[in-house]
Design a protein. Sequence first.
Length: 256
Amino acid sequence: MTDTTLDPAIADLVRGAAWVTVCSGAGMSAESNVPTFRDAETGLWERFDPTELATPQAWSRDSAMVWAWYQWRAKLVRSTTPNPGHVALAEWADRRTVMVVTQNVDDLHERAGSAVTAHLHGSLFEPRCSHCDLPYSGIDADPEVATETLRVQPPSCPRCLSEVRPGVVWFGEPLPSHAWERAADAAAGCDLLIVVGTSGIVYPAASLPERALAAGIPVIEINPEPTPLSSLVTHFMQTTAAVGLPALLQEVPPAG
Ligand code: BJW
């Protein structure tokens, strides 16, 4: 897709939106070489199903394996850089109100210059005590010291000596309530909602575009593959984040 093929109706929507809310998922970071969740994994972890590891049950069964996996992912993210899709959103915020609501646990939106409204599923870089929730910042949680081994004993909480866990949201766990409230407000108040790079099957995050559509707010989806949402949205752009978002930004005149 190039800017010359952009649907004029999409261009009109983008030009007319003073407040845009963007809901991003793993595909947002795919072109930064961060693996998505449901695509095939490669390398050290190819023997594991990531959706099996991102559960409280996996943590109870083998916390050392889960800790090592998250430290490996944090180190991998540190080695990557934002792609043109991340950069386009940061530049868009110089011209209009842009709120980024992400399911991603990486920090690529922030490193591109966006102020993220909500990290719905937490962060790779905010480990905390599994018992008392005290944030943990010991050197042994620094991703730079992570090694490519299958098991690493998690650090101990300095306050209660329980194991430190990754600061992410696993299946069956509630989303951080402040993040969810900010996300719901951002989706309810915007003029245009853009959903990018998510399979749209994990709730409650997947309900945000559904709610926006029900409220009459136009929704544009960007994804190289159709999802359950694609037939419901106002416009489906079958392309990638690093192509689709810069193409949309071209329609937004600079502020002033
Ligand atoms: C590209 C691209 C490119 C590729 N450009 N695109 C209602 C109905 C049914 C079930 C439920 C429900 N409500 C709740 C549930 C249960 C459950 C759930 O949703 N289950 C479904 C799977 C059936 N939800 C939960 O358990 C949630 N908690 C909850 O609801 O709590 C309630 C509660 C209240 C009070 C007390 C207790 C509980 C929590 C969900 C947590 C999800 N956690 C994970 C792991 C996070 C940590 C980690 O990263 O390890 O979050 S799972 C994983 O999936 C991760 C992701 O954020 C999330 C979504 O994945 P995403 O981003 O969509 O990635 P993919 O890989 O699926 O898709 C990538 C897409 O990108 C694809 O479409 C590609 O085509 C596309 N793509 N290249 C653009 N270049």
